[in-house]
Design a protein around this ligand. Structure first.
Ligand code: SAM
Ligand code: SF4
Length: 466
């Protein structure tokens, strides 16, 4: 038995933050059609699998999920929609391989989801993997759901064609949303309670406005919006790290001291084979300028180990660049050949065991750096935006300015920004206590603290110096 007239839905997003954003927008679309969100996929009438195609493992997950949904015990099999990058890459092949799938919808076409549901209700498999330029944003309903921290997609697609990457094929050419539409969406998010907005794009710093504005102009416009306390952006490409954007890190108070800037490898030879436009040296020079603009900024990155032809010496150069940068956070992956990309045709593939060993060594170094960054904050005060319940009863958790998770006991509520003394640090989070206000007249905490303000805090440094 299969559900044909869905009243409830569940959207499960895999992969990057852009998929999380798309998943939220699909949920808003379905709610606008009168459907209700179910708590999870266990008994929802419609399940949307919002997929990721970046690595083979991520792409295969969708098929095991479909199998589980078709066999679920407590409810008839749901109507199943496959959305996201696997839908774009595999199209009708998905329905051939998994006949239980009712809808296939690509990342540029999901504004048509309600129409596709209507088609599937009539018992026909419904497919849309079109790539119309930006039309989906204009066709989406106004933002409605929101927590204290919101994603806002400003740029999509990619023209860089790194040889390992499927994004230019699944997300299409680089496009920027118009300035005014982004500001309108930001205002709607703030009205719905957002205190922090993270601007998203596959190469977010390639965003350009119609009058030639750069991402820094967008950040400055957001800075002027009352009610917004924090701005972030991700993911950036080294080639688009302009002087203006680096200057914004020095001048815009609401721009948080965190930069995710993937390098992928420390070897010039491998970077060239990857078709990255930067070298290890030019990447390090950017980091130096960013740190000069914003001392104490947390630097994060992405790495791939085991790209075809990567020698031991190439890998040592990756470890060297990690030592040179000293990351606060990072994401590292084993190379995964993606069909249709140039690297998938390259010879000299690296054996799985060698990749495993390299990944372990790299992650040991990155984890040690992350722990050291977290530990260096212990005994200091900073602001935390409370976003969710914490690990223990009575605790809430949120993010520090450097994107660390912080858990604390407090009577404050989710959405508050509180002053916190950081008491202890692990590799993935810190524990703190809610203290009296960092700055006079800016709210009250339950206890006073003589812990020093973190010197990386702009307002703290400015006022401490005054
Ligand atoms: N645009 C960003 C940039 O240029 O660095 C990256 C976006 S990509 C969606 C996210 C990360 O996935 C990449 O930085 C890379 O480390 C990783 N990645 C992409 N393709 C991969 C592949 N074929 N195998 C392993 N990791 C991959
Ligand atoms: Fe993929 Fe990023 Fe390279 Fe574009 S710049 S091809 S998204 S890794």
């Amino acid at each position: 038995m299969k559900t044909r007239d869905p009243q409830t839905f569940h959207v499960k997003s895999f992969g990057c933050q852009m998929n999380v954003y798309d998943g939220d927008r699909m949920a808003e679309l379905l709610e606008a059609e009168g459907m209700r969100a179910a708590a999870d996929g266990a008994d929802a009438d419609l399940v949307v699998l919002n997929t990721c195609h970046i690595r083979e493992k991520a792409a295969e997950k969708v098929y095991s999920d479909i199998g589980r949904l078709m066999k679920r015990k407590n409810a008839p099999a749901p109507m199943i929609a496959v959305a996201g990058c696997v839908a774009q890459a595999e199209g009708a092949e998905i329905v051939r391989r998994a006949p239980g799938v009712d809808i296939v919808v690509g990342p540029q076409a999901y504004h048509n989801l309600p129409a596709l549901v209507r088609e599937a209700k009539a018992g026909r498999p419904a497919l849309d993997t079109g790539m119309p330029l930006l039309s989906k944003f204009g066709a989406l309903p106004a933002r409605r759901r929101q927590g204290p921290s919101a994603f806002l997609t400003v740029q999509e697609g990619c023209d860089k064609f790194c040889t390992y990457c499927v994004v230019p094929y699944t997300r299409g050419a680089e496009i920027s949303r118009p300035f005014a539409a982004i500001i309108d969406e930001a205002k709607a998010l703030i009205d719905a309670g957002a205190k922090e907005i993270t601007l998203l794009g596959q190469n977010v710093n390639a965003w350009r406005g119609g009058a030639g504005e750069g991402l820094e102009d967008l950040i400055r416009a957001l800075d002027a919006l009352p009610g917004l306390a924090r701005i972030r952006y991700t993911t950036s490409h080294p080639a688009d790290m302009t002087c203006g954007l680096i200057r914004a890190h020095a001048e815009v108070e609401k721009l948080m001291p965190y930069l995710h800037l993937p390098v992928q490898s420390g070897s010039g030879r491998i970077l060239k084979a990857m078709n990255r436009s930067h070298s290890a040296q030019s990447y390090l020079a950017i980091i130096e300028r960013v740190r000069a603009a914003r001392p104490g900024i947390a630097i994060s990155g992405d790495f791939i180990v085991g790209f075809p032809g990567e020698s031991d010496a190439d890998f040592e150069e990756t470890l060297n660049i990690v030592e040179a940068v000293n990351y606060a956070q990072a994401f590292s992956f084993k190379y995964s050949p993606r069909p249709g990309t140039p690297a998938a045709e390259m010879e000299d593939r690296i054996p799985a065991q060698v990749m495993d060993e390299r990944l372990q060594r790299l992650q040991a170094l990155l984890n040690a750096q992350q722990l050291a960054f977290n530990q260096a904050k212990v005994g200091r005060r900073c602001e935390v935006l409370l976003e969710r319940t914490g690990r223990k009863p009575g605790q809430l958790a949120g993010k520090s300015p450097w994107l660390q998770s912080v858990h604390l006991e407090t009577d404050a509520t989710i959405g508050d920004i509180v002053e916190v003394e950081l008491l202890s640090a692990g590799p993935n989070s810190l524990a703190g206590r809610h203290t009296a206000a960092l700055f006079p007249g800016e709210g009250r905490g339950p206890v006073s603290s003589s812990a020093p303000l973190d010197p990386g805090l702009r307002r703290g440094t400015a006022r401490a110096a005054a």
